[in-house]
Design a protein around this ligand. Structure first.
Ligand SMILES: *[C@@H]1O[C@H](CO)[C@@H](O)[C@H](O)[C@H]1NC(C)=O
Ligand SMILES: *[C@@H]1O[C@H](CO)[C@@H](O)[C@H](O)[C@H]1NC(C)=O
Ligand SMILES: *[C@@H]1O[C@H](CO)[C@@H](O)[C@H](O)[C@H]1NC(C)=O
Ligand SMILES: *[C@@H]1O[C@H](CO)[C@@H](O)[C@H](O)[C@H]1NC(C)=O
Ligand SMILES: *[C@@H]1O[C@H](CO)[C@@H](O)[C@H](O)[C@H]1NC(C)=O
Ligand SMILES: *[C@@H]1O[C@H](CO)[C@@H](O)[C@H](O)[C@H]1NC(C)=O
Ligand SMILES: *[C@@H]1O[C@H](CO)[C@@H](O)[C@H](O)[C@H]1NC(C)=O
Length: 472
């Protein structure tokens, strides 16, 4: 049960009590009515200011792509260096790398960077050696010993340096037993627990598009996020979780899939699911390179996921709200506090190829609607409690609007490398400038329309929930 904003004829009851069982209905004409439930009471996760990150490169503040510094400080992580964690070990007959890590080389490299005054954001120990590993593996117990060794090297080398880098590890695929033991044994040494995601399998797979559009495949990865979240939550560690590298499909992705519009269904769903389980930063493989670059490898023009990441960065604030959708399982729904206002931003992903969804909103916490009649500075606030029905006077509804960003593929071709925003092509102009990302302004009383195979960001500056009062 909860509260809902919906239109009733020309007279609008702004907030109405709604019963769950009447939350959705299917019409015969290819449309579905559904309801987004948002729990605005408390945040369930909190992402870093610079949640969006891409591998292989980094963006210094003075670097501006295509003439605009559209990223601000996003992705500006300086450098995270991966250290070879196999030095000194031998491979036993089971294929496991055994023995202690020999950090002599790593230490002299770290000393060199300090001597050069390079700012390193973090040192990451190893690459894909956790769990069953890729190529070979290292036990959690040994890895924990080696992480402590790295930490004492860093402590020692940086003892007279102000900016101390963080310790990242293990940078591999999630395995619950391995991570449980590792997190438990690195309470004092690891700052950021990193993992990699290639959940769609090899890039050569001809069924990648079907997999991406299958909600159960997308949801399948939530076990990794929730598993790691639970391990960290139930441990005394103060470490945080990052996705250190995620390209979706391994071995360089797949041309016209992982660099095309369809991949935004996977990518935005991943960003949102990771956030929901309190992942602090999500690093995409890659900024440029392979078939999964955010930028085209030859001309450096943005692929669709670049714009998706940019919209996420501009619209999704740090606090994450528990969100669910009833009506069709083909809708993926997520909410954050807004980045640019005290309101909220909703992300709706429609994986269905023929059904248009009309979504209403319901809140199951005390919420406030800021009313705009009279002046913008003296907002009238109406507190709504669970049992109250509030009617606002006729006429005020038309003044409250929300901002909608609808993303679709050019000519409806999911494998197009051109994305449309509200029906307009997104591309850099001949001076290489990123276009302005302009929203549609829609009267808030209307349900949100989500076209088949489209993605919608909805910024609602006038919806105020307790979880977004503290932090925008
Ligand atoms: C809000 O609703 C969700 C599911 O719709 C539920 O899990 C959550 O506990 C509810 N929160 C409150 C505060 O009632
Ligand atoms: C560690 O490696 C260095 C060379 O990189 C070598 O000189 C040293 O003997 C090794 N230490 C051990 C304990 O094997
Ligand atoms: C590093 O910084 C120190 C102190 O600011 C300075 O004396 C030194 O010359 C710098 N070294 C390099 C290689 O820039
Ligand atoms: C975590 O560590 C404690 C002691 O440090 C130990 O008793 C416990 O069994 C460990 N749990 C796991 C899952 O390794
Ligand atoms: C880069 O863009 C050009 C022009 O749109 C396109 O023909 C080419 O296939 C793209 N390259 C990659 C690797 O996506
Ligand atoms: C639409 O999706 C269904 C599966 O959900 C699939 O069977 C059908 O072939 C798709 N239609 C088109 C035109 O792609
Ligand atoms: C490209 O866009 C920018 C910003 O909108 C504009 O200032 C510039 O004149 C445009 N260049 C061309 C060639 O249209």
């Amino acid at each position: 049960m909860g509260f809902q904003i919906w239109p009733m004829g020309s007279f609008c009851f702004w907030v109405c009590f709604v019963v769950l069982s009447s939350a959705s209905s299917q019409a015969a004409d290819g449309t579905v009515e559904g309801t987004v439930f948002i729990d605005g009471k408390a945040a369930i996760g909190r992402i870093d200011e610079d949640f969006i990150c891409a591998t292989l490169d980094w963006w210094p503040p003075e670097k501006c792509d295509y003439g605009t510094c559209s990223w601000g400080l996003a992705g500006l992580l300086n450098l995270i260096f991966g250290l070879n964690a196999l030095a000194g070990r031998t491979i036993d007959s089971n294929g496991e790398a055994v023995g202690a890590w020999n950090y002599t080389n790593a230490e002299s490299f770290i000393r060199y960077t300090v001597k050069k005054n390079y700012t390193i954001h973090g040192w990451e120990l190893g690459n894909e050696l956790c769990g069953s590993g890729v190529g070979t593996r290292v036990s959690a117990d040994q890895y924990a010993v080696d992480t402590a060794a790295l930490q004492s090297v860093v402590e020692n080398v940086y003892k007279n340096v102000d900016l101390k880098p963080l310790i990242f590890a293990p940078g591999g695929f999630y395995d619950s037993d391995w991570f449980k033991e590792y997190v438990n044994k690195t309470i004092k040494s690891v700052d950021v627990v990193t993992h990699h995601i290639y959940n769609l399998g090899p890039g050569v797979d001809d069924h990648l598009v079907e997999k991406i559009l299958d909600p159960s495949v997308l949801e399948g990865e939530s076990g990794t996020f929730s598993g790691l979240h639970n391990i960290i939550k139930s441990s005394p560690t103060s470490a945080i979780a990052w996705v250190g590298e995620a390209g979706g499909a391994y071995n360089s992705g797949h041309n016209l899939v992982t660099n095309a519009f369809v991949f935004s269904f996977w990518y935005l769903d991943q960003l949102a699911m990771a956030s929901k389980y309190d992942t602090k930063t999500y690093c995409r493989q890659s900024l440029v390179g392979g078939n999964y670059g955010l930028l085209n490898t030859t001309n450096f023009e943005p692929n669709p996921d670049y714009y998706s990441a940019l919209l996420w960065h501009r619209l999704m604030g740090r606090n994450v709200l528990l969100t669910s959708f009833t009506g069709t399982e083909k809708i993926r729904s997520y909410t954050h506090c807004a980045k640019q206002s005290k309101g909220i931003t909703l992300l709706l992903i429609n994986l269905d190829n023929s059904t248009t969804v009309h979504a209403k909103l319901a809140f199951n916490s005390t919420m406030t609607l800021r009313r705009k009649h009279r002046s913008r500075t003296s907002h009238h606030k109406h507190k709504v409690h669970k049992t109250t029905i509030i009617k606002l006077p006729k006429g005020t509804d038309a003044k409250i609007t929300r901002e909608e960003y609808h993303l679709t593929a050019k000519y409806g071709n999911l494998q197009s490398q051109t994305m449309l925003l509200n029906g307009n092509v997104l591309s850099v102009n001949s001076s290489g400038i990123i276009p302005a990302l302009e929203p549609l302004h829609v009267i808030s009383a209307k349900p949100i329309t989500v076209a088949p195979l489209s993605i919608v960001f909805v910024h609602m500056p006038d919806v105020s929930v307790p979880a977004c009062k503290v932090q925008p």
